[in-house]
Design a protein around this ligand. Structure first.
Ligand SMILES: O=C(O)c1cccc(O)c1O
Ligand SMILES: [Fe+2]
Length: 286
């Protein structure tokens, strides 16, 4: 069994790094860690980076997850190969670019680009962004799935993810005590459906709602509260149509052994207990 420890980073292709930088710093509230030749590294917490915009096609989207050590990485590669997932062993140069010791790349059953990484770099400096969005860290991703039941089996049976709750057939899955690190969302093709950063307080969520509105950043859902994790949230649209979420107050699963996933109906009140409705954001279709 592959044991995912945490989500590590997202890599996004972008045709316009300048626009990406503008959004990431002035709207989202990330800190520039480094500008590479064709890469923009951004921080949200004590890691050296958690988001990297890379010059290229916006369809190129990758999520990195941390595993324990190089032996675990080798085991993971063998497991995935045996299941018929083509595995790319990252070169030293590619690992450098990701600021990790070693990594492998493969596709999940829907075709999402996934990387497993060992020893992602931390920074000795604390995260300090120019816009005070109250971000405390990168926390989870929504992944498109062409078949959520099949992909749930992949993530739970092969990668040791556990289902915390389901909305319709959409699983919210954890890899540690945090309610969810991966949410699957039904979609016609692979891709990252949203990128979540945690913020310090509900005040930060509401402050950002007004701040982003004033700057004409499209708000696509919220402010609201998820009945599943209990988090107060706001979703908005960034460059290349990518959806970002701020949330605060995500539950932790207290007892790993006895937790049973709750089933929520596939309806708006399962996504927001305050009655907010998504606008211009496709919630998964049944
Ligand atoms: O936090 C949640 O529970 C949640 C539920 C549905 C969709 C999401 O993106 C979430 O983060
Ligand atoms: Fe989310």
């Amino acid at each position: 069994m592959i044991q995912l420890k945490d989500v590590s980073y997202v890599r996004l292709g972008s045709p316009d790094l300048e626009q990406a930088e503008q959004f990431a710093t002035a709207c989202l509230g990330l800190q520039i860690a480094e500008r590479g030749k064709a890469d923009l590294y951004l921080r949200s917490d004590d890691r050296s980076h958690t988001l990297c915009y890379s010059e290229g096609n916006p369809k190129d989207q990758t999520v990195g997850f941390e595993v324990d050590d190089e032996a675990s990485l080798q085991n993971a590669a063998a497991t995935l190969e045996a299941l018929g997932h083509g595995v790319h062993a990252g070169t030293a140069e590619e690992a450098d670019r990701r600021k990790v010791k070693a990594f492998i790349g493969f596709r999940d059953p829907s075709g999402n680009h996934i990387e497993l990484v060992v020893r992602p770099e931390r920074s000795g400096r604390r995260y300090f962004a120019s816009r005070d969005a109250g971000i405390t860290g990168f926390s989870h991703v929504g992944l498109n799935s062409t078949d959520p039941a099949r992909d749930e089996r992949f993530w739970t049976q092969i990668c040791n993810a556990r289902v915390s709750d389901r909305i319709g057939d959409i699983p919210l899955m954890r890899v540690n005590a945090i309610h969810h690190t991966i949410a699957l969302v039904r979609a016609p093709q692979a891709g990252i459906q949203h990128i979540n950063h945690q913020v310090e307080s509900s005040d930060d969520v509401l402050r950002s709602y007004h701040f982003l509105n004033e700057r004409r950043v499209p708000i696509v859902f919220g402010p609201g509260r998820h009945p599943t994790s209990g988090a107060r949230f706001l979703y908005f649209k960034g460059p290349d149509g990518m959806i970002f979420e701020y949330s605060v107050g995500v539950d932790e699963i207290e007892d790993e052994a006895t937790h049973r996933p709750r089933q929520f109906g596939f309806e708006p009140t399962s996504f927001c207990m305050w009655g907010s409705k998504p606008a211009g954001m496709t919630l998964p279709n049944k």
